[in-house]
Design a protein around this ligand. Structure first.
Ligand code: NAG
Ligand code: NAG
Ligand code: NAG
Ligand code: NAG
Ligand code: NAG
Ligand code: NAG
Ligand code: NAG
Ligand code: NAG
Ligand code: NAG
Ligand code: NAG
Length: 817
């Protein structure tokens, strides 16, 4: 995401498959209004799902929930650095099985929008560029540099060939149609599908320039012959270590999407619809967290996030009801007052309308075609017949959910083994250089770690302060973090931020007479994926200076330094299953705690069932964890977010930005680390941790989700469910409903609260109002034991406890496995 550089573009691959599962050649073109598929203009809802951010067994269910949520298109980047880890050596297995992913979407009957890049950004390590590409002398990324273009072309050919091999191209009678990044090349490819470039105002014809952002209603394509497309509308925001958790209210996201379609848009993509997890070292940087949940409509575990998922599904249904009008004409704007407007789409004498109040605080009543409508601030109402409001973005009738994680096992009684990492040089492949080397060019990203070691000779008398310390050590680093050891003893830990990974360390140290050793372990936490010249930002130590307590300084920066890439434990492969019984591991009674640079190992039994699993690593500092040899990602619970800036109930009204709505202030950024069930097997499973700062592994626990609270509150004057609408019917004839649904395979096990009247509060805090009729029994009868239920909200059905007063039904239910 966050693509700004001009030569970046994206590929559009549209894969058409119909319910009858007969694929045929689809003719995809576009005009000034919309994408045209087989001669028909289409209004399309798209959502990003990155295949390696989950496992193939999860793909069908996540795609099914996306379709059920009203998506037509699944969009993904293609991650070059993992598909071509070494120049000319390709990888398409497991989570990187692109063909399988495309086919899975095809089987679900959805289109695919494939963004082959080559630049992904996407908070992905190095924005998806392979490290070997960076190391080609003379290369310049994302420019017309020939070396770069050649490599890019051969990767593209590889992907194209792979798709051809599987008969997935339109030219073969298959379903895929494709476009390319550099405009001339794209058109030359003759893929017979439209190309889109996001955030590129100068996209030459016929490449379609598109919009990325939180809102795109103000966006216009650079030519009237191109449709208005929105390729990245952020459903939330990514998480970085050291930051609070961003979220985006469903009402604001729905408002942004409705405004886009109101003002002429016909294609929109949610970035992300499902975010997932940055397993292993795939996270971008600096300091991108392991969870890539993104506050997306489907959460990190693949569960629907309510009310966001349901509210957007209702919005998509409402927009679909207007599709024939949207594709027939340009919208006609009608002024309705200050910050109030309507857009009308005509087809013959009939029309559909969007009424908008884009004022960030004042609600309003507007008159449209002789009828009065109430428009809450910062909302859009959708009228598919220019008369009946079937959806308003600020009115959430979809239920909410609150998910509970319960501990299924802990590790307090587990037998732990450990391995103390060597401080400093550990192998015969270390080397000596004068001066401080840039880290990425030195490690080539085969490891997060680089040891910088040297010796400090002190002769004669040393002036000590009253604590026996003798000098200041001043270190400047480009990032991202560093542990400093003097005479093999840890003296300091320094680290940067996602926004600025540079940092300095100033620490009093004690030197002894004669030789002293200085070992600095410099660490990367994800290679930068975004920003000007992000690929040559660099990392590692910049300067090391010793200052005594007088005015003497000794600059060690240009001294001889000995370098060692990686950690000994990584070289030995301690995370690997094959070393599970190795004598390298120490066993004993007391497991060492609060020690830096230590490896831990234990085994555990797979919990029963198929609910998603997380490791709660709150007791650990910073490191990486592996399950049966597979890395679940970097962890860093010791990094707390700032204590201020959070809002309990973020007001959805007014312009959203990534720092507007935050939670979890003053807490560890991430304590729960997801891992796929498929990485476990019956019997004993191996857990290995590499702890860098100090932690207590006995306090780790394994958690799962076995229940969730599901709550709804709907008023008798709310519209009936949007999918009840049929044109030409009197919509007012149906009654509003509360609909509760559980995750697939779950069922409603309890009703905690059910009141018809004037209840107040929200999920978990509902209380009786002055008007109250107990609906517990009734709701229990209708819902218990089922995977979902719906209850009409009308006094006719429920009885009238207080005539003349507008009443609501509030329900809090529990879904469990
Ligand atoms: C594809 O559609 C366009 C516009 O609808 C049309 O002009 C063109 O002839 C079609 N091409 C094929 C191969 O059907
Ligand atoms: C493009 O592909 C179509 C269909 O495969 C083919 O008929 C046409 O000749 C090609 N055009 C060019 C310029 O290669
Ligand atoms: C809108 O109209 C209703 C009904 O007439 C009234 O109760 C309400 O106060 C009005 N709201 C605004 C913001 O004018
Ligand atoms: C050191 O050298 C030996 C043999 O020369 C080799 O087997 C071993 O892997 C090397 N160790 C390291 C850490 O490079
Ligand atoms: C980044 O942090 C470093 C060290 O704290 C500081 O010297 C530098 O000015 C910061 N840079 C920016 C752009 O804020
Ligand atoms: C100090 O350490 C360096 C590097 O290990 C070594 O070459 C040198 O001989 C040592 N000097 C003394 C006085 O021990
Ligand atoms: C890394 O090496 C490349 C070429 O090998 C060079 O162009 C680049 O400037 C170096 N990067 C840094 C940060 O030193
Ligand atoms: C390690 O030992 C256990 C028990 O002795 C055995 O079940 C397991 O297969 C061994 N694992 C490996 C990788 O050798
Ligand atoms: C862990 O060790 C650090 C430094 O050695 C110390 O400051 C800290 O208090 C210790 N924490 C615990 C929980 O023992
Ligand atoms: C890449 C991009 O378009 N980013 C935009 C996302 O939205 C915010 C808020 O509207 C803008 O400030 C960013 O520039």
């Amino acid at each position: 995401m966050r693509i700004k550089t001009s030569l970046v573009a994206i590929f559009l691959v549209v894969l058409v498959l119909f319910e009858c599962e007969i694929a045929f050649l689809a003719n995809v073109t576009y005009d000034g209004r919309a994408l045209v598929i087989d001669g028909k203009r289409r209004v399309l809802q798209s959502g990003s799902i990155h295949y390696p951010r989950t496992t193939p067994d999860m793909w069908p269910e996540i795609i099914r929930k996306s379709k059920e949520g009203g998506l037509d298109v699944i969009e993904t980047y293609v991650f070059w650095n993992y598909h071509e880890p070494e120049k000319g050596k390709y990888y398409f297995e497991g989570r990187f099985d692109l063909v399988k992913f495309v086919k899975t979407v095809q089987e679900a009957g959805l289109f695919v929008h494939l963004r082959i890049g080559p630049y992904a950004c996407a908070e992905w390590n190095y924005g998806g560029f392979p490290m070997w590409l960076h190391l080609i002398p003379g290369i310049q990324f994302r420019t017309t540099n020939e070396l770069f273009k050649n490599e890019m072309k051969s990767f593209l050919s590889k992907i194209v060939d792979l798709m051809k091999e599987k008969d997935l191209f339109a030219s073969q009678g298959g379903p895929i149609i494709l476009a390319q990044w550099a405009a001339e090349t794209a058109i030359n490819l003759n893929t017979s599908v439209p190309w889109v470039m996001c955030q590129q105002q100068d996209a030459p014809d016929p490449v379609i320039n598109t919009c990325n952002g939180f809102y795109c209603d103000q966006f216009t394509p650079n030519s009237p012959t191109k449709p208005k497309m929105w390729t990245e509308n952020y459903t939330g925001w990514f998480l970085a270590f050291g930051y609070a958790i961003p979220f985006r209210p469903a009402q604001d996201l729905a408002f942004a999407v409705a405004r886009f379609f109101e003002t002429g848009g016909t294609f929109q993509n949610y970035y992300m619809y499902f975010g997932g997890t940055n397993f292993g070292r795939t996270a971008g940087g600096p300091l991108i967290a392991t969870s890539y949940d993104y506050d997306a409509p489907l959460d990190e575990y693949g569960f629907v996030r309510q009310p966001k998922w349901g509210h957007l599904r209702d919005l998509h249904t409402a927009i679909k009801q207007c599709e024939e009008y949207l594709v027939s004409s340009e919208p006609v704007r009608q002024d309705l007052g200050i910050n109030l407007e309507a857009h009308i789409y005509f087809k013959g004498s009939k029309c559909a309308a969007f009424l908008a109040n884009y004022d960030s605080s004042s609600d309003a009543n507007v008159t449209f075609k002789g009828k009065s409508y109430f428009l809450p601030a910062w909302s859009v109402s959708i009228l598919p017949d220019c008369k009946n409001v079937i959806f308003n973005t600020a009115k959430v009738t979809s239920h909410r959910n609150v998910v509970h994680s319960t501990t299924v096992s802990d590790f307090s009684q587990s037998e732990w083994s450990w391995y103390k990492e060597t401080v400093g040089v550990w192998g015969n492949n270390s080397f000596v250089e004068s001066g401080l080397l840039e880290q990425i060019n030195t490690t080539k990203d085969i490891s997060d770690f680089l040891w910088y070691t040297t010796s400090i000779h002190c002769d004669g008398s040393i002036n000590a302060n009253k604590d026996g310390q003798t000098a200041y050590m001043l270190i400047e680093s480009l990032g991202h973090a560093a542990l400093v050891f003097v005479n093999k003893k840890l003296v300091a830990f320094g680290y940067g931020y996602h926004d600025n990974a540079s940092f300095g360390i100033k620490e009093k140290i004690s030197l002894k007479e004669g030789n002293n050793t200085l070992d600095v372990l410099s660490m990367m936490i994800g290679l930068q994926n975004y920003g000007p010249w992000f690929d040559i930002q660099g990392a590692g130590l910049l300067s090391v200076v010793l200052a005594d307590f007088g005015d003497k300084e000794e600059d060690l920066t240009s001294d001889e330094w000995t370098y060692q890439v990686g950690l000994e434990g990584e070289f030995l492969g301690l995370f690997d299953i094959s070393l599970a019984n190795s004598s390298l591991w120490t066993h004993g009674k007391a497991t060492p705690v609060n020690q830096s640079l230590i490896w831990y190992k234990t085994t555990f039994l797979a919990p029963e069932g198929n609910a998603p699993l997380v490791l709660d690593l709150a007791s650990m500092g910073k490191g990486q964890a592996w399950i049966n040899g597979q890395s679940i990602g970097r962890y860093w619970p010791a990094y707390l977010s700032p204590s201020t800036g959070c809002t309990e109930n973020c007001d959805y009204r007014g312009t959203y930005d990534s720092s507007k709505c935050l939670r979890n202030c003053g807490q560890p950024t991430q304590t729960l680390y997801y891992f796929p069930r498929t990485w476990l097997h019956p019997g004993k499973n191996l857990l290995v941790l590499h702890e860098e700062l100090g932690g207590d592994p006995s306090k780790i626990s394994l958690k799962t989700r076995t229940s969730e609270q599901v709550c709804g509150i709907v008023s008798e004057v709310d519209p009936p469910p949007v999918d009840n609408w049929t044109p030409d019917s009197e919509f007012t004839s149906g009654s509003p409903e509360i609909r509760l649904t559980c995750e697939k395979g779950w069922h409603i096990s309890a009703i905690n609260y059910a009141s018809y009247g004037t209840p107040r509060g929200d999920c978990g805090t509902f209380t009786k109002g002055s008007c109250h009729a107990d609906m517990l029994l009734r709701v229990q009868q209708a819902c218990i034991g089922r995977d979902g239920c719906s209850i009409s909200v009308s006094s006719e059905k429920l009885g009238d406890p207080c005539p003349g007063i507008i009443k609501s039904l509030a329900i809090e239910a529990v879904c469990s496995v």
